[in-house]
Design a protein around this ligand. Structure first.
Ligand SMILES: Cc1ncc(COP(=O)(O)O)c(C=O)c1O
Length: 429
């Protein structure tokens, strides 16, 4: 045990020395996994940790078919998109087949940030505008263009003069869509009042960093109509909800009955291999494509396409979208039942295996239980369960495990959460 503790302290010190001050670690006691398999991460002592957080490893950690596909292609050829290759075309065909037919072109990048950055450039070229509308606690990526439209990065990142923030669609009632669209209309009016032409509404279609807002399905439609009326495009950021996670649909935007102008993709697409991209309506892509060339040294390379293709194989053959629907529903029911035993439990939100559990200090006022949420996250970490908290007050437990999460894993999570909530409730606010 002492060796493990020393090892952790050494690694933390080495990180600080080598990587500098901008990196952050999860948990009061940092976690050091050395191996992964399915929904499990293992530490050096061989102890299994239930991963209820990693949506990147969507088909499971170290999934053998994905590993094999990467290794096989890497042993044959890895080049770039300025040579002809079947892999990128086969994958583009398969990817676009999962989307509405209006989204006719695919473009590949290495990260979700690059995909969103490119989407903004495409939107700008198509609309001739620069104005951008995002939610009040959005996160869309690391580039300069996205950091200035990612208020969840905190006070040190300045929001761009061309960016307007709207309240996330909270409430879950029948007027959620109307309120959200009113916010978008007000943002558009303010852009215009400042002489700016709207280019896009960019939202994560499960509003993950805002605190997970998924209902009622359909609430996005009026806001999408509003941005289009204003001459802008709708960019669906599918980096979090995409690839079947919401259970009800393969893409988050589909739950809302809308077809975006651009859908950006990332995280789960390569199960950890860095591959991302976007799908776009050809007529929206035209102006950008005519004015500019696109080349991304690594984006769309044969190894990345082999990885992404193997991920689609596993999702489809193992029916992981259906698993997300069924296990997600079961998990939310069990979490909601905890409300009868723990005053801290507020609302349970989510779709499929994207779940937000709001912790409240007072049910009547819904005052956020921020400190308690941090204790719950760390308490679960001490019981070998990994998850985190989200939202502006960091009081919503964010539960988005690999899609191979089954009922027995949900049971284990709920059992440990029950213990931790009891402990946290006893300790008081
Ligand atoms: C909604 C959303 N969009 C974009 C990104 C950026 O993706 P990446 O970290 O691959 O650049 C993230 C990453 O967390 C995200 O959550």
């Amino acid at each position: 045990m002492d060796d493990v503790t020393t090892d952790t302290a050494d690694l933390v010190a080495r990180r600080a020395r080598l990587l500098g001050p901008a990196y952050r670690l999860f948990y009061d006691e940092p976690f050091h996994p050395v191996r992964g398999e399915g929904v499990w991460l293992y530490d050096a002592a061989g102890t299994p940790w239930l991963d209820a957080y990693n949506n990147v490893a969507c088909v499971g950690h170290a999934q053998p078919r994905v590993v094999e596909a990467i290794a096989r292609q890497a042993a044959v050829l890895n080049t770039h998109t300025r040579y002809l290759h079947d892999g990128i075309l086969d994958y583009a065909e398969r990817l676009l087949a999962t989307m509405p037919s209006e989204l006719g072109h695919a473009t590949f990048t290495c990260t979700g940030s690059e995909a969103n950055d490119l989407a903004l450039r495409i939107a700008g070229a198509h609309t001739g505008g620069t104005g951008l509308v995002v939610t009040r606690w959005a996160y869309h990526g690391v580039t300069s263009a996205l950091a200035c439209a990612s208020p969840s990065l905190g006070q040190y990142v300045r929001i761009g003069d061309h960016v307007r923030l709207v309240d996330a669609p909270a409430g879950g009632d029948i007027d959620t869509g109307r309120r959200f669209a009113d916010g978008v209309r007000a943002a558009v009016a303010d852009l215009r009042a400042h002489g700016l032409k709207p280019a896009a509404l960019l939202v994560d279609t499960v509003f993950s960093s805002d605190g997970v807002f998924t209902g009622p399905p359909g609430f996005l439609a009026e806001a999408v109509a509003a941005i289009r009326e204003a001459g802008g495009v709708f960019i669906a950021d599918e980096v979090q909800p995409g690839f079947g996670r919401t259970g009800e649909a393969f893409w988050g935007f589909q739950r809302h009955g809308v077809v975006p102008d651009i859908a950006t993709l990332g995280k789960p697409m390569g199960n950890g291999h860095p591959v991302a991209g976007l799908a776009v309506r050809p007529e929206v892509m035209r102006a950008f494509g005519q004015a500019s060339r696109y080349f991304n040294t690594f984006g769309g390379n044969p190894v990345s396409m082999a990885a992404a293709s193997a991920v689609l194989d596993v999702i489809q053959e193992e029916q992981l979208q259906r698993n997300a629907l069924e296990v997600g529903r079961y998990l939310r029911e069990r979490l909601a039942a905890l409300a009868g035993r723990h005053a801290l439990v507020g609302e349970v939100r989510g779709a499929g295996l994207f779940v937000g559990l709001e912790l409240v200090a007072d049910r009547a006022t819904r005052a956020p239980a921020t400190a308690q949420a941090a204790r719950v996250v760390n308490g679960l970490r001490r019981r070998q369960v990994l998850l985190s908290a989200t939202g502006p007050d960091a009081h919503v437990l964010k539960i988005r495990p690999p899609l191979v999460f089954r009922r027995e894993h949900a049971d284990l999570l709920v059992e440990r959460l029950d213990e931790v909530l009891a402990e946290t409730g006893r300790a008081g606010g």
